[in-house]
Design a protein around this ligand. Sequence first.
Ligand SMILES: NC(=O)c1ccc[n+]([C@@H]2O[C@H](COP(=O)([O-])OP(=O)(O)OC[C@H]3O[C@@H](n4cnc5c(N)ncnc54)[C@H](OP(=O)(O)O)[C@@H]3O)[C@@H](O)[C@H]2O)c1
Length: 336
Amino acid sequence: MRALQITELTGPDTALQIVDVPEPEASHLMTPGSGVVVDVEVAGVSFPEVLQTRGEYQIKPPLPFIPGSEVGGTVRSAPAGAAVQAGDRVAAFCMLGGFAEVAVAPEFLTFKLPDALDFAQGAALILNYHTAYFALKLRGRLAAGETVLVHGAAGGVGTAALQVAKGLGARTIAVVSSDEKEQVARDAGADEVVRSDAAWKDEVKELSGGGVDLVLDPVGGDRFTDSIRSLREEGRVVVVGFTGGSIPEVKVNRLLLNNTEVIGAGWGAYMMSKPDMNREIGAAVDELIAGGAVRPIVSRRFPLDRAAEALKTIDGRGALGKVVLDVRDQAPSVGP
Ligand SMILES: NC(=O)c1ccc[n+]([C@@H]2O[C@H](COP(=O)([O-])OP(=O)(O)OC[C@H]3O[C@@H](n4cnc5c(N)ncnc54)[C@H](OP(=O)(O)O)[C@@H]3O)[C@@H](O)[C@H]2O)c1
């Protein structure tokens, strides 16, 4: 099969090579001896793959290896008892191996793709939307009627969080850095949008009538203290990532003063050993798709042999919604 391997840890420009390798067996690292084999149509691209090209991600397989954590495609074979079967259109989280014509995922991380979503949206579904639901609802205890502030709101996690929060009945305020990103956040359903380079904390206080209930933060860095200051009494900040580059520190007296909380939400490693929780989140996301709230925004598509451009789009803060690779087409790229 045709696939893309990371052959050296020298960054997006030079780390990747198109190769012809044998198809994988029906066995996944997380479920040895068992796995759903998927004919991949589209592979999702995210921050971890950028980091993997430099050897900076926590999962460091021996070289060479095929990256790619999630795909949209068609089931070729599935283990007995799986919720999917041969011929089903699916979204699958394979963790590695997605940048290839055939990939394998654990059955508990393979979900039937509703008719409303195409393969590219399937490749944009699991990492971002399961994380958003996990962070907002299971960790952040979001309730209908609450107000949520979403940082990095035009990105993959950000657009997912806006849609999931709306679907759960919340009001949303998006923080973004440009006009183009403001439009994407509005397309994802943001009720209000503020700019990260303006006095956003004061605007947020005003827009929310004194403070928000929840902040979802995939960015971190300098803005963290203002995120805590943006909370109302008993508000929560959910920490999801650090695209801003630095890991913030909290003076905990701030939490005491206003009875607030900082909560961690790490979907990846935590979820890998919890099949039932994955199924529960999958069912909740399905409901949000059926209700029309969840529609992944795919802004850029590249053929497999132009994956370096996809990775550099993310690395350069240029991703709007999700970036994907068309694994089979050798079609020209789509997007700005
Ligand atoms: N905790 C978990 O379980 C989990 C799961 C999935 C992803 N994540 C993490 O969540 C983060 C976001 O992922 P994503 O897929 O949403 O990324 P993304 O699509 O690239 O979006 C990230 C957003 O961060 C903002 N940002 C602020 N400063 C930035 C900088 N210096 N460089 C790049 N972006 C910057 C950008 O928005 P503005 O330009 O508008 O500021 C950008 O849109 C990543 O760190 C990822 O590893 C965590």
